[in-house]
Write a new protein. Structure first.
Length: 324
């Protein structure tokens, strides 16, 4: 299925150096922000207290935040969860004197602080009609957070090694190296955005990063398949011309695939609420940069690594007749 067909190949490889310079600058900026600012890890990685409370009427979140901060719970995250009447509260460990309180006491202190706030976000009496109801409370220890972080890094490494092995078996080592460099480029840029803006890096975001790795390599495989077919079919085209033809002939497919995917991700970003916001945001960044890297970064790398037609054409073996 094609929405359009471009009859004349676009000379992408003529500007390969420009594309890769832009990619390198973006990559280095992402690394800089990761080193200088670091990631804002969520409670799953740092440990702390997670509480879900429910109200009869939608509370003013700013009033809850101010009251919690006034009672010593600094850097506490307060957000809606599911509906405007359900509130999710994340209390980091060791903040505002909380380190001196046992974890079992944190929930009681947070509830006591919430009872001081009315429906309009102003201080009120405990007898206020819009009192919070505790639905669940979870405690995540620092050791659990460290294990999740190490398991996440191991999962990321496993995906990378699996992609390299798959591409090396399906194509050739030049394609495997080029694709994994382009895909890791996407991952580092996503992490760079989260470090720059200090967005919360949680388990759903980690899942989005892993999804982007698989999603980006899919586009690289499509282009590389067309490169292999063109090398086998055409004898007169040079390597840059083959790459230009492969990219141009798959543009319609790229627009359909990435456009439909981005529509779904955008709907999650707009209507998914806070729980899916950063997950969808990471996917959006990964999709946009995935198109760029899979097409305009991986292909020039393959060209510079010396891919040629001879690598795809197996020499004919002449049969020797038996001498009687």
């Amino acid at each position: 299925m094609e929405f359009f067909r471009i009859k004349k190949d676009i000379p992408f490889m003529r500007h390969a150096l420009v594309f890769n310079v832009i990619s390198l600058v973006t990559f280095l900026l992402s690394v800089f922000f990761l080193v200088t600012r670091g990631l804002n890890f969520s409670i799953e990685f740092t440990g702390g207290t997670l509480m879900e409370v429910s109200y009869k009427e939608a509370p003013a979140l700013d009033g809850l935040r101010h009251q919690l901060e006034a009672d010593g719970f600094t850097d506490t995250q307060v957000q809606n969860f599911g509906s405007s009447r359900d509130v999710l509260i994340r209390v980091p460990p060791g903040k505002g004197g909380v380190q001196e309180v046992s974890l079992s006491k944190v929930g009681e202190q947070v509830m006591a602080s919430l009872l001081k706030v009315g429906a309009g976000g102003t201080a009120s009496t405990v007898a206020n009609a819009n009192q919070p109801t505790l639905k669940r409370v979870e405690f995540v220890g620092p050791q659990v957070g460290k294990e999740l972080a190490s398991d996440g890094a191991l999962a990321l490494l496993s995906v990378v090694l699996g992609i390299v092995a798959y591409l090396a078996l399906r194509f050739e080592w030049r394609f495997a190296v080029s694709a994994i460099i382009a895909n890791l480029h996407d991952v580092v840029i996503i992490l760079g955005f989260f470090a720059l803006f200090q967005w919360e890096f949680s388990l759903p975001v980690l899942a989005a990063v892993l999804a982007v790795l698989g999603y980006s390599v899919n586009e690289s495989v499509v282009v590389f398949d067309r490169v292999r077919e063109t090398f086998k079919r055409s004898r007169s085209m040079t390597t840059p011309q083959v790459l230009d033809h492969a990219i141009t002939s798959t543009i319609s497919r790229t627009v359909i695939t990435h456009g439909s995917t981005q529509l779904m991700v955008t709907s999650m970003l707009i209507f998914g609420g806070t729980a899916l916001h950063y997950f969808a945001l990471a996917l959006t960044i990964g999709i946009l940069f995935g198109i760029y890297s899979s097409v305009l970064v991986a292909s020039p790398l393959v060209m510079w690594l010396g891919v040629s037609r001879e690598q795809f054409i197996q020499p004919k073996v002449e049969k020797q007749e038996a001498v009687v």
